[in-house]
Design a protein around this ligand. Sequence first.
Ligand SMILES: Cc1cc2nc3c(=O)[nH]c(=O)nc-3n(C[C@H](O)[C@H](O)[C@H](O)COP(=O)(O)OP(=O)(O)OC[C@H]3O[C@@H](n4cnc5c(N)ncnc54)[C@H](O)[C@@H]3O)c2cc1C
Length: 276
Amino acid sequence: MTAQRLCPQTIDEATQLLAQHANEARVIAGGSDLLPEIDQGTLTPNYLIDLGEIPNLDYIREDGDHVRLGARVTHDQIIQSELAQRLAPLLVRACSMFSDADIRKKSTVVGNIASGLSTNLTVAALWAMGAEVKLKSVRGERTVTFNDFFKGVRQTVLAPDELIVEIAFSKMSPKDKGAFVATGWSRDEASPQVTVAVVLEFDGDEISNAWINIGGVAPTVVNAIEAEQSLVGQWLSDVAIDEAADLAMNAVVTNPDATEIVRELVGKAMREIRDS
Ligand SMILES: Cc1cc2nc3c(=O)[nH]c(=O)nc-3n(C[C@H](O)[C@H](O)[C@H](O)COP(=O)(O)OP(=O)(O)OC[C@H]3O[C@@H](n4cnc5c(N)ncnc54)[C@H](O)[C@@H]3O)c2cc1C
């Protein structure tokens, strides 16, 4: 049976439709993840709730210390955005690594998150900037950090009647530098795919805070805590970089195939920051 496409004109209308059809419906944004799954028969929704006709959902906005993205912001819009280039360069980098230009133009950052895969390119980048999602349903609104949102491979806390309306994350200040590196992306979840996002906060030449997030090595993104701690109070010397890259391997001991890739990517990200 072909799913019936419903086109709400407002967020409230969309949440009402979701409440009415919750377990039989799926939200559709760009459709690049969802439509192949429907074609393959993995998903068989009776209704598709299409966000395409709701106005003003593609905003990229600075709000105090944060950047806010509406649910219809595409990867291409992030790449083109002067604001994103200035305040979230590692997200721009992650979006520019998308394998396919047509997909970049139609698929959304929210769809990349909602799919619940830590290998997806924007996940670790947003995670390293302290991202959270705003979820809405007829029952109300709640804000959930990425740490609490992702529960496992293709598992999130998004309820069947909830819509992600916004992603918010800390903007990078002039004291911060970041880098995003990855092995690549493939639809084949069995092939090794690792993403690394690094944000370093500097006090002069000294690192005062570090965030190192790694995707694709565990059911959700992991923090390389020992590597982060080793960097605080250091200059970004070769010795500090090599030590942090070695320590990052401790964060992925459950996935021995990935340790060497992680060491290389963490080292590469920090050298990119140093040389930028
Ligand atoms: C050829 C090809 C190449 C690709 N290359 C890459 C790549 O390089 N890197 C990468 O990370 N991914 C890639 N992908 C995967 C896909 O494009 C991304 O995950 C994309 O960001 C999904 O966004 P979308 O808007 O198309 O989501 P959709 O397919 O519309 O939706 C995906 C999921 O999110 C849910 N959803 C969407 N919006 C909302 C919302 N507002 N509230 C609640 N749930 C929502 C849907 O119900 C669905 O479960 C590729 C896919 C294809 C087909």
